[in-house]
Design a protein around this ligand. Sequence first.
Ligand code: ADP
Ligand code: MG
Length: 229
Amino acid sequence: MLKIEDINKSYDTGKSKLHVLKGINLNIEQGEFVSIMGSSGSGKSTLLNIIGILDEADNGVYELDGVPIKHLTEVKAAEYRSRFLGFIFQSFNLINYKTALDNVALPLYYQNVSRKERTKRAEEYLEKVGLLAWANHLPSELSGGQKQRIAIARALITDPKLILADEPTGALDSKTTHDIMKLLQDINKEGKTIVVVTHEPDVAAQTKRNVVLKDGLIESDTFIDQIVL
Ligand code: ADP
Ligand code: MG
């Protein structure tokens, strides 16, 4: 599904260069549920953004589903993101003036799917995350956990190969975190590959494999006995 070989990434911060990723190697197979941990500033988001084709490594190899990802135009990068990937963010990133249903359906709009089909599929995915009754509500009328469920439905609606989540439970209380991780476990059980960045050990314990970043390298990479929720 995903092959990363000897990736480096530096940021130019004016007077000095910040070398964030110093030779990362990572293979992820279809159906895995991987967490990436590491202290603040260790490069978790940088790595996830490279995987998500939102940023590019300075060198090394990145292949997604057998497709080399290198020197893409912004149009091509957007096409690959839309074809391969679903994103979930800490701050949900919903559009405030659109209903839950329209938020979920939005990725299909960009794929030129008809309105009728978009509505049908959005209802299907709202049902999947338990929020069909909230279809016509605005994000401001939803709790944090409900907003993240909407964002998860939006990430799933294009049936992407890979779901990427950067601190998906970072803004949620512990009960809601539990519910969201249970939903991600259920989605993974249906075969979806998921990569979650988190600084919470409890969240990592609910995935199946834990990768720890330290000093620009992978410090450990462990298959874990997942706590099934
Ligand atoms: P994490 O997600 O693990 O907290 P990040 O990947 O966001 O870490 O950041 C790693 C390091 O790179 C941090 O020191 C951060 O300040 C720096 N950094 C991240 N993005 C940029 C950028 N666009 N420009 C300059 N420095 C950056
Ligand atoms: Mg981060």
